[in-house]
Design a protein around this ligand. Structure first.
Ligand code: FAD
Length: 454
């Protein structure tokens, strides 16, 4: 009888152990299930859906080349798999491990009726396997990374299978277009199309291009105006490339790549955190954040989302996000910190917006980084260390970046563009929502108040 491969965020054929193992056993039925029920309010956001559409399209074509197909079904994953098994006589399901809490629940449910074989492959080491001397999981990144680093390099990536045998009869499949994953009117995806090529081939191209420049990463990674980072995040999120493949390609390139590998380690660390705190995107890990006097200002939140805060670096980042589904890491930190500390808005509002607009929106990475920025995480920056956006903008040379994303400021000089002086603020560009010094005082006194009430 055929074996089902249940695909989720692992949309590749090479170094994909669920596909490889199933292909060794006999006929394979690869299935992707669009499941908005299991994750509930964590169903994929709009930018991720755009990506998913294209990634599935590419994966379907790659499977066709191997004589196989991609079966598309919609519904609750455990129910759909049980139904598919009944239709096809399959009893075994192969899949990669996923650590989002809803997927872990779904895996339990599937395991009750079918033989579910879970493989490791989307992380450098299986999350949960990197343990302290006493066998517990790490809370803090640095010792986690030290322990993970000792176990590296990861496994040797496996090539795509030569052949994937087809079942005697294919089960029915939905079509991608009927899923409606692409934006309807208005079509906001122009910027995404210009910038990205979802799918395994697109991931391979990005990786190849990055490897050429990898030794410059350390010097350039903080400069938003330079394409100094790999831009692999959506490809890694959707599993179009495995971290073992990235590791191998980058390490083989030689040069100083330790910083880059350490960033890749953050990805594993985030999974290690959500294993311990499954509701990390909704709950503070530390006091006094439970009773924090957040402001509820719809006006300020909207200005932040739209890139109209009056702080050019923040606005440039938020507009880059809206147009391309991605934001430079340094600017993510500045924009997130601005929402939390300058506007005193609960970081969960920002986390949600990123969830909807990022093409790399990732439950673990997003929550860990938001909690890190807020100072509420298990490993976190201190709340009282308040980033000064204007200083950051100058320090990391963001003038060209601002010109690109906030074109109404393009004519300002390098000296003026980070903080346009009153007389030079073009008409139509907003005043600052709040002065940095006032924001700082307000944030510190909110912190004192929260601590006093603890
Ligand atoms: P590179 O610098 O080339 O890094 C290589 C890879 O390492 C990335 O593709 C990513 O998979 C991983 N990585 C790098 N930095 C981090 C990090 N700090 N945490 C976890 N993994 C990391 N990243 C996401 O993938 N999804 C998210 O939803 C997400 N939300 C974020 C929210 C905030 C507030 C902040 C400050 C950061 C967030 N990040 C998130 C982390 C980081 O900004 C992106 O991974 C990075 O900018 C992606 O660009 P890149 O691929 O060029 O990264």
């Amino acid at each position: 009888s055929p074996v089902i491969v249940w695909l989720r965020r692992d949309l590749r054929l090479s170094d994909q152990p669920a596909i490889a193992e199933a292909a060794r056993k006999g006929p394979v039925i690869p299935v992707y299930i669009l499941d908005d029920e299991t994750p509930r309010h964590r169903a994929m956001g709009a930018a991720s859906r755009w990506w998913l559409h294209h990634s599935l399209d590419k994966l379907g074509a790659a499977l066709n080349d191997k004589g196989s197909r991609l079966i598309l079904r919609r519904g609750r994953a455990d129910e759909v798999l049980a139904q598919l098994a009944e239709e096809t006589g399959a009893q075994e399901v192969h899949a990669l491990h996923h650590y989002e809490p809803w997927w872990r629940n779904a895996e339990k449910a599937v395991g009750k009726t079918l033989t579910l074989c879970l493989h490791h492959g989307n992380y450098l080491a299986p999350p949960g396997s990197v343990t302290t001397g006493s066998g517990g999981l790490y809370k803090i990144y640095t010792p986690f990374w030290r322990a993970l680093r000792e176990r590296m390099p990861p496994h040797e990536p496996e090539r795509r299978p030569q052949k994937i045998a087809a079942p005697a009869r294919w089960p029915a499949s939905d079509t991608l277009s009927e899923w409606g994953l692409l934006p309807k009117k208005p079509d906001w995806a122009d910027g995404l199309r210009d910038m990205w090529e979802p799918g395994e081939e697109g991931a391979r191209k990005r990786l190849r291009a990055f490897v050429e420049e990898a030794s410059a990463y350390e010097g350039q990674r903080n400069l938003p105006g330079v394409e100094g980072t790999s831009m692999l995040s959506p490809h890694l999120h959707f599993g179009e490339v495995s971290p073992a493949q990235v590791w191998q390609a980058v390490a083989d390139a030689g040069g100083s790549v330790a910083t880059f590998l350490g960033e890749l380690g953050w990805r594993d660390y985030a999974q290690n955190v959500i294993l311990q705190y499954p509701d990390y995107a909704g709950r503070y890990a530390r006091d006094p954040f439970g009773d924090f006097p957040w402001r509820r200002s719809r006006r300020d939140l909207e200005a932040w989302k739209q890139g109209r805060t009056g702080y050019p670096i923040v606005d440039a980042g938020m507009r880059q996000l809206w147009h391309t589904g991605w934001m430079h890491n340094r600017v993510r930190m500045i924009a997130a910190s601005f929402l939390i500390k300058h506007l005193l808005i609960d970081w969960r509002e920002g986390e949600q917006w990123f969830w909807d607009t990022l093409v790399d929106a990732d439950y673990g990475n997003n929550a860990v980084n938001w909690q890190w920025t807020a100072g509420s995480g298990v490993d976190a920056n201190m709340f009282v260390r308040i980033m000064a956006p204007l200083t950051q903008s100058e320090k990391f040379d963001a003038a060209a970046y601002i010109r690109e994303w906030v074109p109404e400021l393009a004519d300002l000089s390098d000296a003026d563009i980070h903080d346009p002086p009153p007389g030079k603020r073009p008409k139509g560009y907003p005043e600052k929502l709040i002065e940095h010094r006032d924001a700082r005082e307000r944030a510190l006194s909110a912190w004192q108040q929260a601590k006093a009430e603890q």
